[in-house]
Design a protein around this ligand. Structure first.
Ligand SMILES: *Cc1c(COP(=O)(O)O)cnc(C)c1O
Length: 299
């Protein structure tokens, strides 16, 4: 098992009239693997190594209906030889959407839990019985444990150019935590939250790094997790047409929309270099398109 090493930096050539001399590069973590894409492979990597070394048979994890982590874990379980059990947020999902169908096809067993029970995490208690569940390993939501965050540090290590800013999407905060903990003093990280009102994320990231040259940006969530509107869909489709790069509607579409908007508003200093992390998530598009009732879909 090798560390992912095929996530190149690609420059996004901006229109002169709005770029104030800034240069934007996309770190193509989405190219790492078609299924275990982007930060989910980074986060699973050390977890899977640990599981192999410790003769773990079953991985227990959890996530929502469109979770890239659920899809990635199911797939990784199949190819690396682990049973996978996924606790899914929301009873109503027993009618599987495309993400969950994919995970099932890859052998994941589901347990559906109500949103309120999911929040408490009580369903994990039984796995603490180490006698009965000694071959089990729990990986938290989004893969964001210390090993997952260590994997995300590699995103930073893999960037071979000087830069001023690095921007990434935020769900659980694991990716931002890994990146922020590697920053040099003259660099700054911005995490664009895909969740509404998720101020607790500040504490999450502070728990993993003493650096304070990072900030959460809270106004490009488009209403909250997995919420979208026509403006966002138009932007994702525009970006694909212009740059031939697919963004996803839950994370990276919101991130790049936000970066473009902030560049237009001269938020970044003149002539600075910005890295945006394309963290993957393309598998989620089908599920979102199925949900869209109007004619506008992600192409
Ligand atoms: C999970 C995910 C994120 C969020 O990463 P966190 O480490 O949970 O903050 C961002 N982008 C994509 C594509 C993801 O799948």
């Amino acid at each position: 098992m090798n560390l992912p090493n095929n996530a190149p930096l690609e420059e996004i050539y901006l229109q002169n009239d709005f770029k104030s001399g800034v240069r934007l590069f996309l770190k193509r973590e989405d190219k790492i693997h078609p299924i275990i894409s982007g930060n989910k492979w980074r986060k699973l990597y050390y977890n899977i190594k640990f599981a192999k070394k410790n003769k773990i048979n079953s991985i227990v994890t959890m996530g929502g209906a469109f979770s890239n982590h659920i899809a990635a874990t199911a797939y990784a379980g199949r190819i690396f030889g682990f049973d996978t059990i996924g606790y899914i947020r929301g009873d109503e999902l027993k009618k599987l959407n495309s993400t969950l169908s994919f995970a099932k096809l890859n052998g994941m067993k589901f347990k559906f839990v109500s949103r309120s029970l999911y929040k408490t995490g009580f369903f994990l208690e039984k796995y603490k019985n180490k006698k009965k569940y000694k071959d089990y390993m729990i990986i938290p939501e989004g893969g964001s444990n210390q090993m997952g965050i260590d994997g995300c540090k590699e995103i930073y290590n893999d960037i071979k150019i000087d830069f001023d800013y690095i921007c990434c999407s935020v769900g659980t905060g694991g990716t931002l935590s890994g990146i922020a903990s590697k920053l040099k003093k003259n660099q700054y990280a911005f995490g664009f939250s895909s969740l509404k009102g998720a101020n607790y994320l500040n504490d999450v990231v502070r728990g993993y790094t003493k650096n304070n040259n990072w900030k959460l940006i809270m106004n490009y969530h488009f209403g909250g997790y997995a919420k979208i509107n026509d403006e966002l869909i138009d932007f994702i489709n525009f970006f694909k047409e212009k740059y031939n790069i697919q963004l996803d509607p839950i994370y990276t579409g919101k991130l790049i929309f936000g970066i473009f908007d902030l560049i237009k508003k001269n938020f970044f200093k003149k002539k600075s270099t910005i890295i945006a992390v394309h963290s993957g998530g393309i598998q989620g598009i089908n599920g979102i398109n199925d949900k869209l009732k109007n004619n506008k879909i992600i192409i």
